[in-house]
Design a protein around this ligand. Structure first.
Ligand code: LRH
Length: 487
C-alpha cells in the first residue's frame, strides 16, 4: 500500500493548528494548513476556553487541508484534563473551564476529605495537580448546571463529537482525569462510586487507533470532504502523542516534552504505584499500546510565555531572538527559582512573581528581561535534571539519553543547559512531535506503519534532529541544583 494524507488537529494552550501529514513506509512529511490563536476568556464565573472559536478554527483548517487533496482520516489531540458536559439532548452545557481557573483548590479539598491521597494514587497513579479532572468535577458539582449533566467528554472527545455525533472518551486522556484505574486500564468504578459521581457520566473508552465515527453530513459539506471521511481516535492527550513520536531507537531513554509545560519522564511497561512514587508526585499516565508515561509536570515555557505577555503589555518585549541572545550573555546562575512552585500556575504578572520568590530566598532580582530569561531557562534545566533523576531512581532505570521534543526543542539554550545539567547527551526534536504522533497513529490504523518502535524509527529517519553533548562546568550545575532545593 502506498502513502496517504492524514489531518492532525492539535490544540495547545495558546494556539491551535491543523496539519496535513503524508505518511507511509519511509515517508513522513508535515504541512501546516492553518494556525489560529487559542485565547481563553475570563467570565464573571471563571476562566473559560473559547471552545466555539477552537471548533471554528478547526473546521477552517480542515477545509484548507481538504483543498490540498484527499484526506484518509482526521485525528484530534489537545491538552489534558479539561472537559465539557453534555445534557440529555447531547448539547454542551456552558463553556469548559480552563485548568488554570482558581476554582479547583476547593474541589481538591472536597475530594481528599472523602478519598485520601494514598487511596487516590493507589488506583489512578495520577500526580496531584490542583486541576485534575476529578477535582474540577467536585468544584463543578456546586453549580446550577450540574443537575443537567449526562455525559462528560474531554476536549478532544467533545470536538470529535461535534464532527461525528459519536460519544466516547479516548483512553490516554482518560488517564489524566483521576478517575481512571491505572492497573486495570479502565474507568475506576470504585473511585467514581466513592466520590458519588454518576457512572453513566463516563462514556465508553477508545484506544488510539480506534475508529471514532465519520463526518456528519453538514460538517463534511462545509469542509468539502466525503461524508464517509473517518475520524480516528489518536493518542488524544497531546503529551501521549508527543511521546509516541519520540525518535528513540533503543532502551534507556528519557524524554522531555517541552511546550507550555515540560513533561519529563520515562516510558514504562507498567505503573509505579509505590508510596515513594506518590510522595515524589510522579504520574502514571497512559501512552499508546498500554505503555505508561511515568513523568512529572514541570511549569515549562509558560514561565517565559507569561513573562513575555507581561512585558508585551508594557511595550517592553524585544522579541524572542533578542531575549535569547541577551540571556546567553547574562551572568550564569545569578538567580534560581523552583519552576514547580504553585505560585506560577495562574495567569498574570510573571516577572513580579519571580521577583517575590527571589527576594524570599535572599537572591537578587534580574535587572533586564534577558536576566529573567536566563533565570527561567537555567531553572527549567535544573528541574529537568531533578525530575529525570528521580524518575530513574523510582523506576529502577539507568538513563543514557534524553530526547527533548516539542516547541521547546527549538530553544538551543534550554537544550544545551538540560544536557549540561544532567550530564547526559540530548537529542532535540522533532518540534512537531505531537502532530507527528497524531499522524502516525492514524497511519498505523490504516496499516501503513508498524508498531511503536517502527513509528519512532520513521521519525528518527525522516525528521530533523539536533544533538547536544554535555559541556560546561559540572560542579557549577551541581551547586545550582542544590540551590534549586532551597528555592
Ligand atoms: C500539555 C498538557 C499536560 C497536562 C496539561 C494540562 O499540553 O496536556 O500533559 O498536564 O497540558
Amino acid at each position: 500500500r502506498s502513502d496517504a494524507a492524514f489531518a492532525a488537529v492539535d490544540l495547545g494552550a495558546t494556539s491551535g493548528r491543523v496539519i496535513t501529514g503524508l505518511a507511509g513506509p519511509g515517508r513522513l512529511e508535515l504541512t501546516e494548513a492553518h494556525r489560529f490563536a487559542n485565547t481563553p476568556v475570563r467570565l464573571p464565573d471563571g476562566l473559560r476556553w473559547d471552545v466555539l472559536a477552537l471548533y471554528q478554527g478547526m473546521l477552517e483548517g480542515l477545509r484548507t487541508a481538504a483543498r490540498g487533496g484527499p484526506i484518509a482520516s482526521i485525528g484530534i489531540d489537545t491538552w489534558a484534563v479539561d472537559y465539557g458536559l453534555l445534557d440529555a439532548d447531547g448539547a454542551l452545557i456552558g463553556l469548559p473551564f480552563h485548568y488554570r481557573d482558581g476554582r479547583n483548590g476547593r474541589g481538591a479539598e472536597q475530594v481528599l476529605a472523602v478519598c485520601g491521597a494514598q487511596e487516590l494514587y493507589a488506583v489512578s497513579g495520577l500526580q496531584h495537580l490542583p486541576f485534575n479532572t476529578v477535582f474540577q468535577l467536585a468544584a463543578h458539582r456546586a453549580s446550577a448546571q450540574w443537575g443537567a449533566a449526562r455525559t462528560l467528554l474531554l476536549i478532544p472527545d467533545l470536538l470529535t463529537h461535534w464532527l461525528t455525533g459519536v460519544v466516547g472518551v479516548e483512553i490516554t486522556n482518560a488517564s489524566t482525569t483521576g478517575l481512571f484505574d491505572a492497573s486495570a486500564g479502565g474507568w475506576s468504578d470504585a473511585l467514581i462510586g466513592r466520590l458519588g459521581l454518576e457512572r453513566s457520566l463516563f462514556p465508553p473508552l477508545r484506544e488510539p487507533g480506534d475508529p471514532a465515527g465519520t463526518l456528519l453530513p453538514h460538517v463534511a459539506e462545509y469542509m468539502g470532504l466525503p461524508a464517509a471521511t473517518p475520524v480516528t481516535a489518536v493518542a488524544s492527550h497531546d503529551t501521549a502523542s508527543a511521546v509516541a513520536a519520540v525518535p528513540a531507537t533503543g532502551p534507556g531513554f528519557a524524554y522531555v516534552s517541552c511546550g507550555t509545560w515540560s513533561l519529563a519522564g520515562l516510558e514504562l511497561p507498567a505503573p509505579v504505584l509505590t508510596e515513594e512514587s506518590r510522595a515524589a508526585n510522579f504520574t502514571n499516565e497512559r501512552g499508546v499500546d498500554g505503555t505508561v508515561r511515568y513523568l512529572r509536570n514541570i511549569m515549562g515555557m509558560w514561565l517565559l510565555e507569561e513573562c513575555r505577555r507581561t512585558w508585551g503589555r508594557r511595550g517592553e518585549d524585544p522579541g524572542l531572538a533578542a531575549l535569547l541572545a541577551e540571556a546567553a550573555r547574562a551572568r550564569p546562575f545569578a538567580a534560581v527559582i523552583d519552576p514547580d512552585d504553585g505560585v506560577f500556575l495562574s495567569p498574570g504578572d510573571m516577572p513580579s512573581r519571580i521577583d517575590a520568590c527571589l527576594v524570599e530566598t535572599g537572591q537578587v532580582a534580574p535587572d533586564s528581561p534577558g536576566g529573567y530569561v536566563r533565570c527561567v531557562l537555567e531553572s527549567l534545566a535544573l528541574a529537568h535534571r531533578r525530575t529525570l533523576r528521580e524518575a530513574a531512581g523510582l523506576a529502577g532505570r539507568e538513563l543514557n539519553r534524553i530526547h527533548l521534543v516539542g516547541g521547546g526543542s527549538r530553544n538551543e539554550l534550554l537544550c544545551q543547559w538540560t544536557a549540561d545539567a544532567t550530564g547526559l547527551p540530548l537529542t532535540a526534536g522533532p518540534a512537531e512531535a505531537t502532530a507527528l504522533g497524531n499522524i502516525l497513529v492514524q497511519a498505523r490504523a490504516r496499516g501503513l506503519v508498524g508498531d511503536l518502535m517502527d513509528m519512532r524509527q520513521l521519525v528518527a529517519r525522516t525528521q530533523e534532529l539536533r544533538h547536544y553533548t554535555p559541556q560546561g562546568d559540572q560542579q557549577a550545575w551541581d551547586r545550582a541544583a542544590a540551590r534549586l532545593e532551597q528555592a
